[in-house]
Design a protein around this ligand. Structure first.
Ligand code: TEU
Ligand code: CA
Length: 545
């Protein structure tokens, strides 16, 4: 069997609102993505994943869809999208779209109908149950921290939602609903897109509503619940008719269960999973950082559990997380490069989030009014309402808000970052003066040029595709080190995440004089048993067998 294209591909995530604005309304658009295709090509990526571009009232920035088969006018038209698809394909870049089918917007015509009466033909597209304004059908908690139910006066029942009330969950138990979704999936695939990132896909099945979740696991009733397999298998049978890739946001699917989901010789519903567990935090609320030790363990466990069966999606940043160079690095060029090296050579398909390749950092939020994200707003107001000091609440919310990744892409040193000439929908980080595409293109030592080199290198070495993964220095709390090995070559990746200098002892059996530095963010040096590392030093060594 020939190897599927996505196994040696590098992906790039585009958050369209914040990528590039061409008509100066302050919001990024499809024409902006088209304009920047040559940039993406020069970076060396093979495909882009674009966050939702569908029609949406924008309560959750496009993750609340009111028309699955049309484009949000702010972004352009369906025709613009077709042009983007053609132009991307012309230069060898594939395009995957977000598939948001756990829920719709409350403005979707299905929900508008569904609300009207208990016997409306669309009633069962969603989940309704008897309630009163102060007694909901059960006590489940949504991802926002509030109830999963919202009462509706018209029919004196409540509807179910795991996200915001404006995002009612679809009723996947209803075969008619499923057929509508499958029709829509085919419609996009027939248009020629190259796959889907499947949003919140592990939540599409819910436990019976009389189920009582354990106190320490409030989301269990909608995390990879029994019965989901039937729906996933139905989607797989569609996906298998196309040469596409699928990556599922599937929290609740464990590393042990993952091969069932991602190995075509098993159930093989999708090609890979964005696991969530490695985003482990440590430290006090409002000051947390990535816990390196736990991160190493989680990444290694996923590598091992899918080593011979299934496939991994590799990422550090996305539109739901803070900037990695702030929460794991120290906001320097050097740490941005170290972080890049640490995950890029794992087994799987690496993804880069827009701006990560520049070393973009968190935004210094000063007031809750600067925060756009609905989830952060809800959490902030819950905290303040329950008596928390507003200053403290602000610190907690803004330290880890999703908005850090949603500030506009930094193209130039201009005050508006070359993103727009209008008023940007979201604050621009003023470190665009130094962290931007234009300056970094001109600087041979920039994070951007490092990424270019790293991407080309990764794609040139087949060992990184199928080679084994072996983790060493397992008990070191700061240094992440692993080997990738096949019968021709061996690569050794080693990164020091400590702010201190470290001397680590490498395994004796690895020592020989054939190791050569292939990539580093510091001065090259030989691999020695007693190996000294400055803060954020990173190296990739190669040895021919
Ligand atoms: O995020 C979903 C999401 O964060 C949960 O599925 C996650 O598994 C859970 O919080 C586990 O801790 C996606 C999008 O990435 C996000 O931007 C959207 O707001 C959300 O879905 C709703 O569509
Ligand atoms: Ca625009």
């Amino acid at each position: 069997m020939s190897r599927p294209w996505w196994k040696n591909a590098v992906g790039y995530q585009v958050y369209p609102r914040s990528f590039k604005d061409t008509n100066n309304d302050g919001v990024g658009d499809i024409a902006g993505i088209i304009e920047k295709l040559p940039y993406l090509k020069s970076l060396g990526v093979d495909f882009i994943w674009i966050n939702p571009i569908y029609k949406s009232p924008n309560v959750d920035n496009g993750y609340d869809i009111s028309d699955y088969e049309d484009v949000q006018p702010e972004f352009g038209s369906l025709n613009d999208f077709k042009i983007l698809l053609d132009k991307a394909h012309d230069i060898g870049i594939k395009v995957i779209l977000d598939l948001v089918v756990n829920h719709t917007s409350d403005q979707h015509p299905w929900f508008i109908e569904s609300k009207k009466s208990k016997d409306n033909p669309y009633r069962d597209y969603y989940m309704w149950a008897d309630a009163t304004p102060d007694k909901m059908p059960n006590d489940w908690t949504s991802f926002t921290g509030n109830s999963t139910w919202t009462y509706d006066e018209t029919t004196k029942q409540a509807y179910f939602h795991v996200f915001a009330p404006q995002q009612p969950d679809l009723n996947w138990r209803n075969p008619k609903l499923r057929q509508e979704i499958y029709k829509m999936i085919r419609w996009w695939l027939d248009l020629g897109i190259d796959g889907f990132r499947m949003d919140a896909i592990s939540h599409i099945q819910k436990a019976p509503f009389d189920y009582e979740p354990p106190k320490d696991d409030p989301w269990k009733p909608f995390m990879n619940v029994k019965g989901i397999d039937d729906y996933m298998a139905e989607m797989r049978d569609i996906f298998n008719q196309y040469d596409i890739m699928t990556v599922g946001e599937a929290s609740g699917v464990s590393s042990k269960q993952a091969p069932e989901w991602t190995d075509p010789n098993k159930k093989g519903y999708i090609n890979m999973i964005f696991e969530w567990e490695h985003n482990a935090r440590e430290g006090e609320e409002g000051h947390e950082r990535i816990n390196v030790d736990e991160m190493k363990q989680v990444l290694s466990r996923w590598q091992k559990d899918q080593e011979n069966s299934g496939w991994n999606a590799l990422y550090f940043e996305n539109h739901d997380n803070p900037r990695i160079n702030t929460i794991l690095g120290n906001e320097t060029k050097k740490s941005a490069k170290a972080i890049a090296m640490s995950y890029f050579f794992l087994k799987g398909t690496p993804f880069i989030y827009q701006g990560q390749e520049l070393g973009m950092t968190n935004y210094p939020f000063k007031s809750i009014d600067e925060v756009d994200d609905d989830e952060s707003q809800i959490r902030y107001h819950n905290m303040v309402n329950s008596g928390k000091d507003p200053k403290e609440a602000l610190q907690i919310i803004t330290h880890w808000t999703r908005d850090h990744s949603r500030t506009p892409m930094q193209w130039t040193s201009d005050i508006k970052a070359g993103f727009t000439e209008g008023t940007p929908w979201m604050k621009i980080n003023q470190n665009t003066k130094t962290i931007n595409v234009e300056s970094e293109m001109a600087d041979p030592d920039s994070v951007l040029n490092f990424y270019k080199k790293m991407i080309a290198f990764r794609k040139s070495e087949p060992t990184f595709i199928e080679g084994n993964y072996d983790w060493f220095l397992q008990s070191d709390p700061d240094v992440y080190a692993y080997l990738r090995t096949d019968d021709k070559k061996q690569f050794l990746v080693i990164v020091n995440f400590s702010k201190q200098k470290k001397i680590v002892t490498l395994p004796k059996e690895l020592m020989n004089d054939k190791w050569q530095v292939k990539l580093t963010n510091t001065t090259e040096k030989n691999l020695t048993e007693q190996f000294e590392m400055e803060p954020y030093d990173g190296f990739v060594y190669e040895c021919e067998n």
